[in-house]
Design a protein around this ligand. Sequence first.
Ligand code: GLN
Length: 193
Amino acid sequence: MKIGVLALQGDFAEHISMLKKIGVDTAEVRLPKHLDGLNGLIIPGGESTTIGKLAVAYDLMEPLKRFGKDHAIWGTCAGAIFLSKDISRSDQPLLALMDIKVQRNAFGRQVDSFETDLDIDELMKATGTEHPYHAVFIRAPIIESVHGNAKILSALDDGRIVAAQEGHLLATSFHPELTSDTRFHEYFVSLAS
Ligand code: GLN
């Protein structure tokens, strides 16, 4: 099992440490050839416009789209934006792999970042645990709606969607790499295998 982390911008190093913690081989992905031999890919949080621009500059757009057709990809925060089909504007590159509509910066500015506990049934079932998942939101997007085969994994009490899954594709508004809870990484690895 080898999982790559897109290492163009953002907090890829934190994802690498989480994967190492659960005993998974990792690779930093900056060029198309770095996708060879990977079972899955994580796209980290950061700034989705920058990640998109750099992916275009490094000729990664098509290789990433192809990789996502038959491999697991998980986008966290900016990564979730980059994975989505629709963000109600067309001025930034998107992989458009996941049938979800996302709204950027939906909770406001940096100062409106927050943390909350989520009950995520699918995650608890998959990891055989019962305690809630502590989620960290930093200038986070929300998933406005899910379409086609995409399904809701988790929503806030007010109904706003913060995690979704479409087969082997996963999107979270929050940052599981910034906690010490490895359950989301374990869940993703199970999708990749
Ligand atoms: N606000 C960023 C964006 O729109 C995402 C923030 C994050 O990844 N923490 O791309």
